[in-house]
Design a protein around this ligand. Structure first.
Ligand SMILES: *[C@@H]1O[C@H](CO)[C@@H](O)[C@H](O)[C@H]1NC(C)=O
Ligand SMILES: *[C@@H]1O[C@H](CO)[C@@H](O)[C@H](O)[C@H]1NC(C)=O
Ligand SMILES: *[C@@H]1O[C@H](CO)[C@@H](O)[C@H](O)[C@H]1NC(C)=O
Ligand SMILES: *[C@@H]1O[C@H](CO)[C@@H](O)[C@H](O)[C@H]1NC(C)=O
Length: 379
């Protein structure tokens, strides 16, 4: 869910970005995929033998031409090995209504690591005021974002495609204005770049806010048993970001049929279901199924807990940074239920969280003071 964006935000003056700087290969790849997907769209869906789908979990159903094409494109992209060099960077994608209250903390996190990261900001309401040079002029072309709607996913895709223009960006992290870093830059860089998965939360919530949001219209491409839930705040490898750009088949199902009020009593929230469902279908082994962004849903409201300055201590921060079990809240039963599983990184158990949310802007000074202490907990 997007923080504090319950109403429509209208963008002020739009910043146009030039497409001239796009590397040729990206333009070519994207056009080839688009053509593939467009062509398959124009053909009437025919049914064919399902032998070509043998690399996927067994589907008894015969796949349509569109699905076969989409899966072939995905399989091909996944075959390309990751290309890490000393100039590989992590792209930090900030989805925010405006000014980032924790920019000063992020500046502390980034300073001294120039060349290893790039920042992209999607301000959906007003142009942010910056205090850090790392953040100046990093806004991308943005549009309005409405909480719970597909426009949230569209903003994420806009951030991803801007960041894909830089071939050095090898891992992509989506963050909100209320997110903070939990570790040093070096720790975060190694954790993400050398992980063999993308950190996308994906689990089955059999309750009304999970599988209950699946719609008949999503059939046959998205079966009820394939429907997943997960937090919006992902990190993903370059290959996965390219795959998100190439997908129109599954995306369009969520655009048309996942939104508040599209069907009575089903307030489907696209950003909580599209990527968790999509990746669990097309590359289940390639995602962690848990998120590296800590969040506290223990109050069981529509929005997670927001920590204020007086709730933060070194003890609390160390507790969060060393946690090795992930929590997944379901909507089963009257008060919901929790699923827990350990965080394994390339086969070993490690602390789950690199980032945390939500923090109230008044927590900035406390966090700035504690930052050197809590980030030194784990090396
Ligand atoms: C994530 O969950 C899927 C089931 O949806 C499973 O097949 C996959 O192995 C899990 N990924 C990891 C890394 O454990
Ligand atoms: C912190 O400590 C409490 C009490 O020991 C525990 O219940 C909780 O799960 C811990 N982890 C986090 C991330 O708060
Ligand atoms: C990631 O590494 C672990 C440990 O080596 C291995 O079990 C797992 O299959 C790997 N996953 C992928 C997607 O390569
Ligand atoms: C943080 O660490 C510094 C240096 O080790 C120490 O002087 C300071 O007291 C610590 N602060 C807290 C709140 O523990």
């Amino acid at each position: 869910m997007v923080e504090a964006q319950k109403k429509n935000y209208h963008q002020g003056p739009r910043h146009h970005h030039t497409s001239l700087k796009k590397p040729l290969w990206l333009v070519l790849t994207v056009s080839v995929f688009s053509m593939l997907l467009i062509c398959t769209h124009m053909m009437p869906p025919r049914h064919r033998k399902s032998s070509s789908s043998s690399w996927l979990p067994v589907h008894v159903r015969k796949l349509s031409d569109e699905e076969v094409a989409a899966r072939t494109v995905v399989r091909d992209i996944l075959k390309t090995p990751p290309f890490l060099t000393s100039s590989s960077k992590i792209a930090f994608l900030f989805l925010t209504p405006g000014t980032l209250p924790f920019e000063k903390l992020w500046d502390k996190f980034f300073t001294g690591h120039e060349g290893k990261f790039s920042i992209y900001i999607h301000p959906s309401n007003e142009r942010p005021v910056h205090i850090s040079s790392h953040f100046s002029d990093r806004e991308i072309y943005s549009d309005e974002v409405t909480w719970g709607r597909i426009s949230v996913v569209d903003a994420e895709k806009r951030l991803l495609v801007s960041a894909l223009e830089d071939p050095d960006n090898q891992h992509f992290v989506l963050l909100s204005e209320s997110c903070i870093p939990l570790h040093t830059f070096d720790y975060t860089y190694r954790y993400l770049l050398y992980a063999n998965v993308s950190f996308i939360e994906s689990f089955v919530d059999p309750g009304p806010h999970g599988t209950g949001r699946h719609m008949e219209h999503m059939l046959p491409e998205i079966a009820r048993e394939d429907f997943r839930k997960g937090a919006q705040w992902f990190t993903m490898k370059r290959q996965h970001a390219v795959i998100v750009m190439a997908d129109s088949l599954y995306y369009s199902k969520f655009r048309e049929y996942c939104g508040p009020g599209i069907e009575a009593y089903k307030d489907c929230i696209a950003d909580e279901h599209y990527l968790p469902t999509f990746f669990s279908m097309i590359d289940p082994m390639g995602i962690s199924n848990w998120s590296v962004t800590y969040v506290d849903w223990s109050e069981r409201r529509w929005h997670p807990k927001t920590y204020t300055a007086n709730e933060i201590s070194l003890h609390f921060m160390k507790n969060v940074t060393t946690e090795e079990m992930s929590i997944h809240g379901t909507s089963v039963g009257e008060h919901g239920d929790e699923l827990h599983w350990p965080c394994t990184w390339n086969g070993i158990t490690r602390p789950c969280y690199l980032f945390a949310r939500k923090f109230h802007p008044d927590a900035l000074d406390t966090l700035l003071n504690l930052f050197p202490n809590y980030t030194s907990t784990v090396v």
